[in-house]
Write a protein that binds this ligand. Structure first.
Ligand code: SF4
Length: 236
């Protein structure tokens, strides 16, 4: 598996598993800033056995599979079940929805929808959104807890697009929580940060299609208190 980092948050007794690489090629991706500094030849990637050995002393109550998106492989497909069988923990998965693991052991999926218009989705990510939209319904129909999010990028993923995504989510279930996140600019990329009123306006365009819509201003996340159980030096 492409897991290169494992973190532990003692306050919540939770761990996060970070994948490197992605099956999409989003033109605004933050990782474009990181990848040029990654020495891929020396990067140690963990297999399932190694991940479990690292997690065992922490005995997490919650594990989140996060960042990037994996390619299909056996270890990934049994990851939620393996985590649940070992720790009886809550297993959450943050994803673009293109590749899913087996559902056994999985509690919740937070699926990021980049665009509803498929031409725009292809243009922005390099892939069609047909699989992820199908997977969204599949997860719902199989009783997996669901939430969703989108990154609002002025003039790219705009208000109309956010409204259409909201309509799609509402066609599955109006109670599914949806978060609209303002784009955080990346040096060298031509996309700008939206202002507060723009994000608020985009969120407002959902206009009753969903019961639980929140939006956030782009800010760096606060990682205070989180420790690395395993990490690589990503610098060259
Ligand atoms: S899905 Fe996320 S990690 Fe993958 S390319 Fe897009 S923004 Fe980057």
């Amino acid at each position: 598996m492409n897991i290169h980092r494992v973190t532990y948050n003692p306050q919540t007794h939770s761990c996060s598993l970070y994948f490197i690489g992605c099956n999409f090629r989003c033109t605004g991706c933050y990782w474009k800033k990181i990848y040029p500094n990654v020495n891929l030849k020396e990067l140690k990637l963990l297999n399932l056995k190694e991940v479990m050995e690292i997690l065992r002393p922490a005995a997490p109550e919650k594990v989140t599979i996060i960042s990037g998106d994996p390619i299909e492989n056996y270890e990934f497909s049994v990851l939620p079940k393996t985590l649940y069988d070992e720790f009886q923990c809550e297993v959450r998965f943050m994803t673009n929805g293109h590749v899913l693991p087996g559902l056994e052991g999985l509690s919740h999926v937070s699926l990021s929808i980049k665009a509803f218009n498929d031409d725009l989705h292809k243009q922005y990510t390099g892939r069609s959104n047909a699989t992820l939209l199908k997977n969204f319904r599949y997860l719902y129909e199989n009783g997996i807890g669901l939430s969703s999010s989108s990154v609002f990028i002025p003039d790219v993923i705009d208000k109309q697009e956010i409204r259409k995504i909201g309509q799609f989510i509402g066609s599955v279930d109006r109670d599914i929580p949806y978060r609209i996140i303002g784009y955080m600019p990346v040096d060298g990329l031509p996309y700008r940060k939206p202002d507060y009123e723009e994000i608020k306006d985009a969120a407002g365009s959902i206009n009753g299609n969903l019961k639980n819509v929140v939006f956030s201003d782009p800010k760096e996340q606060d990682y205070t208190g989180i420790t690395d159980l395993f990490t690589n030096n990503l610098k060259r």
